[in-house]
Design a protein around this ligand. Structure first.
Ligand code: WT7
Length: 686
């Protein structure tokens, strides 16, 4: 299928200014916005004043003495001297404000009964969160000796016990490392070992698209890998979600309900005051090397940033029903299912399963069932829903929606329009909020929290958040004119930023601050973007060897190192290929070792291998193509741009200018060879 040039599609929308219905008297002029924004960034003092005004809105055990210590960049320290605790902000503080009996979480399990009504719904009040997380906190501390700063790995699906454990871990001043429950045993093992975690919390399984998935099996396999590498996992706490039969190791494994059985209901563990600069969690994300990076987030700066962005971008209020459809295993869920919304005392929806189970109207029916007012989802999901006739959604009343944003990848204007019209009834404030695992929270969007909004534009990421400056620049760091593609950089620090990469401070400097060293401390996002005439951001996609498959971030190097672990694979190269549904899909070129022949069976086997080593997210969308040789430059580098060009059906001309090392004749030959392999279909070689 032809995919149109995203740049062209975006440029066409630069001048589309949409006023959503019902907001007519709340529209903000571009001039007023600019004035306001300028007032928050005009100098260092103004920036600090802006962030301080947000810090003053949340409680601290100890007030900060300095808003920003930038004496040792890029290791910025926010709210220095301050002490607070994320669990305190999300539970104790809410109860103190009178929200004790307010519903905090409405959880829906995947299975349905007649008329598609959910079989299981659990509602937890703020008091429930408080009590249960206190009990867990007590048990972790007293029974397992979990200490301040220790990292506990959470490999849990979308069930309420996941936020409960997060809050418990925060309460005692420990930190979590959540591993998305769709990751494979190997991916889990790597993350457990890197964090030196001795405790894993998991569930027996989870419902996924009508099937029961066994998670404990995966954990056991991961532990075997850890043991082979000399790392001991001491305890596995297992939540009984399904009641299926699972492997069990006496002494090491304990059921969650047994773990808490003798802990009284009214157990109270006071929140450990944490320095603003302590770490609250690490979350692994993909980069351009094979090894995932642990983005390390702070306590105070992170809290302030989430408090501010949740208010400004979601305009969250006490009577809202808030639903972010992400999995808590990704940063979106950390920041905007759990910490941001709970800090505001919101009522949030958590859903266990697949968006199209038992049919694609599931989300629309849930929005109707609970009267959801704020909705946050991913472009791939929207594009997936778009494939079905509209009336299946129109049967459900989604008119309660007030805000409906997206995140994770660029949203094509067509998908934006569909979302705005079919779900939003043309009356939602809808923005594509840009951010990354490393940024902690949203850095761009629309800001209804100001009581007024800017006009909407289909596909834009909107203006940068107040108090932060950014630029779109060329390779040398010079700004490019509006409408021109360049690298997206953030030119000032912000409180939600990662503090460092877990135990890799040098890698932190190199990856994010290496590219524009000569310009100062600019945070390099790794994204291509454009600015429009209003200074709004339009992120186009990744500029590095990272691909986004259905919004999930995958390093091509990770895929490649997984592939060559298979005994039949000699070499492999992975590139992203545009896809109308998933944004991008991984296209994997493979050369086989002597004695192995390309075949459909081999392709299936490699897919299975990929599923086991990286996980289903990559494996299910990957296209594997066999080639005789991988085209390389003289210095032995695989010609990725060439591979990508062939995949995208782009002419070779673009490639030779990019890969200066290639002789034209050689490149031509390689291009034709790869093209033939692709055209011949996935099973044949050359
Ligand atoms: C990358 C970060 C932040 C939550 C989920 C993703 C892409 C993210 C947008 C958007 C265009 C976007 C970027 C970014 N991205 N949001 N609204 N428009 N692109 O976090 O997995 O760390 O991925 O996602 O390429 O660098 P992540």
């Amino acid at each position: 299928m032809e995919v149109s040039d995203p740049l062209e599609m975006m440029r066409k929308e630069f001048n589309t200014y949409i006023t959503p219905k019902g907001w007519e008297d709340k529209m903000e002029t571009l001039e007023d916005w600019k004035k306001f924004y300028e007032s928050t960034v005009k100098d260092k003092e103004a920036m600090e004043k802006w962030w301080e005004s947000w810090a003053e809105k949340i409680p601290w055990f100890k007030k900060w003495t300095k808003v920003l210590d930038d004496s040792n960049p890029p290791f910025y320290r926010w709210f220095v001297g301050g002490e607070t605790n994320l669990a305190y902000l999300c539970t104790d503080w809410q109860i103190n404000q009178g929200r004790k009996n307010k519903v905090a979480i409405i959880w829906e399990g995947e299975p349905v009964e007649e008329r598609n009504e959910p079989k299981e719904v659990r509602k937890l009040t703020y008091y429930d969160l408080f009590r249960e997380s206190n009990r867990i906190a007590y048990a972790l501390k007293e029974k397992l000796g979990v200490n301040k700063g220790e990292i506990v790995t959470l490999y849990l699906p979308m069930i309420p016990e996941l936020p409960l454990f997060m809050l418990a871990v925060q309460r005692i001043g420990a930190a979590h490392s959540i591993v998305f429950s769709g990751f494979s045993a190997e991916a889990l093992a790597v993350r457990v070992m890197d964090a030196k975690a001795r405790i894993i919390v998991t569930a027996d399984g989870v419902w996924r698209r009508g099937k029961q998935l066994n998670l404990k099996n995966i954990v056991d396999e991961a532990i075997k890998i850890c043991e082979r590498e000399g790392h001991k996992v001491e305890k596995v706490i297992v939540v009984k979600r399904l009641g299926i039969s699972i492997p069990w190791t006496e002494g090491r494994d304990v059921w969650y309900h047994d773990f808490l059985a003798d802990v009284p209901k009214n157990t109270f563990v006071s929140c450990e005051p944490r320095g603003s600069e302590d770490y609250s969690y690490i979350l692994y994300t993909s980069g351009t090397t094979g090894k995932p990076k642990g983005a390390q987030h702070s306590v105070g700066g992170y809290a302030v940033y989430l408090y501010a962005t949740t208010k400004m971008i979601f305009d969250i209020r006490d009577d809202d029903i808030y639903w972010c459809t992400a999995d808590i295993g990704w940063v979106t869920g950390h920041s905007y299912i759990v910490y941001g919304p709970l800090m505001h005392g919101a009522t949030i929806i958590m859903y266990e399963g697949a968006l199209d189970y038992p049919d694609p109207s599931r989300w629309a029916s849930m929005i109707e069932r609970y009267g959801v007012t704020i909705f946050y989802t991913a472009p791939t999901a929207i594009r997936m829903l778009m494939k079905f006739p509209e009336d299946i959604y129109l049967k459900h009343d989604t008119s309660t929606l007030r805000i409906a944003h997206s995140v994770g990848e660029p949203i094509n204007p067509e998908a934006w329009r569909w979302y705005f019209r079919v779900f939003g009834k043309e009356k939602t404030c809808s923005s594509s909020t840009w951010w990354m695992t490393e940024t902690g929270g949203m850095l761009s969007g629309h800001y209804p929290g100001r009581g007024k909004i800017l006009p909407l534009k289909p596909g834009t990421n909107g203006p940068i958040f107040p108090g932060i400056t950014c630029a779109v620049v060329d390779d040398d760091g010079n700004p490019v004119p509006p409408g021109t593609r360049g690298y997206f950089v953030i030119t000032s620090p912000w409180p939600g930023m990662l503090m460092t990469l877990w135990q890799s401070p040098q890698r932190y400097i190199d990856v994010y601050y290496g590219k524009y060293k000569h310009k100062g401390w600019w945070y390099y996002t790794g994204d291509f973007a454009m600015l429009d005439q209003d200074g709004w951001i339009w992120v186009i996609g990744r500029a590095d060897d990272v691909i986004k498959v259905a919004g999930h971030r995958i390093g091509t190097a990770e895929v490649e190192s997984a592939m060559i672990k298979h005994p039949a694979v000699a070499e492999s190269a992975c590139v992203g290929k545009s896809d109308p549904l998933k944004g991008e899909i991984p296209l994997i070129y493979v050369t086989l070792k002597k004695g192995y022949e390309p075949s459909e069976d081999m392709r299936q086997e490699l897919k299975k291998h990929l599923r086991a080593t990286i996980g289903p997210v990559v494996a299910s969308d990957a296209v594997i193509t066999f080639v005789d040789i991988l085209p390389k430059t003289r210095s032995g580098k695989i010609m990725r741009r060439l591979l990508r060009a062939v995949a995208e059906g782009k002419p070779l001309g673009d490639v030779t200018t990019l890969e200066s090392e290639i002789a034209v004749e050689e490149a031509k030959k390689a291009y034709e060879m790869v093209k033939a392999a692709l055209e011949a279909g996935p099973t044949s070689s050359s």
